[in-house]
Design a protein around this ligand. Structure first.
Ligand SMILES: *[C@@H]1O[C@H](CO)[C@@H](O)[C@H](O)[C@H]1NC(C)=O
Ligand SMILES: *[C@@H]1O[C@H](CO)[C@@H](O)[C@H](O)[C@H]1NC(C)=O
Length: 376
């Protein structure tokens, strides 16, 4: 058994410039591959991927007496596999509950990949790059990631993979109007799936927010067709498909042709729902969130959606603003949210938690919630 100090020495041996000391995740993968117990200390530097060439890899591998190409090393690293797109991913089927999902639409200057380094969001297992849109094209953080080279994307993705984390793209969002713009859902699904594969992502989150159309009952067939098309192109379990409805849309009286119908028709194609329990002047108390959503939007608390819409508890991920200013309402302090979710956990739920948005949600804030809730 090699000791970590040998691994560090080897990394140092090829460290011609200080930057090469930054071989963080590669070292971790390599240590794992070689059965080293402790990964080398890791740190993040946006510029690493460009420097981690196959020459660096082969130097490392030959120093270890191995003769594997980078792709083979990634392929053989514990916990990492390759998608059919040729990009690395965490070797887990979808992501089992509890899921901890974080969206990132806001620009964070130092993050040239559009997503934070995996260690910056410890505790989360899904990061949603926002947004791929019809109206504005590939926007914001999705655009930042897409702009990277394939080699860079593979490198970045291998880090997420090694950490057991999935990187997805969220489509549409509040400002997009994909259906009003007349997009055929089958064709759109193919276009989105092609984007997912081209960029080595793990799947797509459907954040459809055409409120008027939805209220008129016109969105459901379109969303069902879109989901079928996406799943055909992005098979389970390698690829993840989630939806991010606002909680009221599950109410069958107000939305007779709403999300309950979508769930009945294509729920088996959807891994889970990132339910938006915010911006609704509702779900501000524990009771409204967990048991009894009250008069504005009845029967749409967590357990009511389970009971009246038939969505399995494991597929219900509770979405909240990370900070008070991230939404008009619905924010709960971490300790309060944790105490609420504890009630849900005690009653058999462990779906997980979603937050809008990075960088306001930190590993510490998440751990306050999960510790209080007993959710892990
Ligand atoms: C979208 O296009 C496909 C064929 O590409 C077609 O089968 C489907 O009916 C169209 N959807 C609608 C709502 O017209
Ligand atoms: C890490 O996360 C915090 C917020 O949680 C953010 O302010 C900081 O810029 C991040 N650091 C890096 C290097 O991404």
């Amino acid at each position: 058994m090699r000791t970590p100090s040998i691994a560090i020495t080897v990394a140092g041996a090829i460290a011609i410039t200080p930057s090469v000391l930054a071989i963080p995740h590669q070292q971790s993968l390599y240590n794992g591959y070689n059965g080293l117990s402790t990964p080398a200390a890791e740190f993040y530097d946006d510029s690493i991927p460009a420097r981690v060439t196959s020459t660096v890899w082969s130097t490392l591998t030959s120093l270890f007496g191995q003769s594997h190409s980078p792709v083979q090393v990634i392929k053989n690293a514990p916990g990492v596999k390759l998608l059919d797109s040729g990009f690395p991913t965490a070797d887990i089927d979808s992501v089992a509950a509890p899921r901890f999902v974080l969206y990132g639409d806001q620009d964070v200057a130092e993050q040239s990949y559009g997503a934070p380094p995996y260690w910056n969001i410890t505790g989360f297992n899904v990061f949603n790059l926002a947004f791929w849109t019809v109206k504005f094209g590939v926007a914001d953080n999705a655009q930042k990631f897409a702009a990277k080279s394939d080699a860079d994307k593979k490198w970045f993705k291998s880090r997420y993979a090694g950490a057991g984390m999935k990187l997805m793209v969220s489509v549409f969002g509040a400002t997009d109007t994909p259906q009003s713009l007349g997009k055929n859902a089958t064709a759109l699904g193919k276009t989105i799936a092609a984007f997912v594969k081209k960029n080595g992502l793990d799947g797509v989150d459907v954040d459809y927010e055409e409120m008027d159309l939805f209220g008129a009952g016109k969105s459901t067939p379109w969303l069902i067709e879109l989901t079928r098309s996406l799943r055909k192109e992005l098979p389970s379990p390698d690829y993840i498909i989630t939806h991010a409805p606002v909680a009221p849309w599950f109410n069958t009286q107000m939305y007779p042709n709403g999300y309950t119908t979508i769930h009945q028709q294509v729920g088996d194609l959807i891994d889970w729902y990132n339910v938006q329990f915010y911006n609704q002047e509702n779900y501000n108390t524990c009771d409204e969130l967990i048991w009894n959503s009250g008069n504005n939007f009845p029967l749409t608390s967590l357990f009511e959606i389970n009971k009246y819409s038939g969505v399995p508890l494991d597929k219900l991920v509770v979405g909240k603003p990370a900070w008070e200013n991230d939404a008009d309402d619905g924010f709960m302090r971490p300790s309060v949210e944790g105490a609420c979710l504890k009630i849900a956990v005690q009653n058999g739920w462990k779906g997980g938690a979603m937050f809008w948005e990075y960088p306001h949600m930190t590993p510490h804030r998440l751990s306050v919630i999960t510790d209080a809730a007993g959710l892990s």
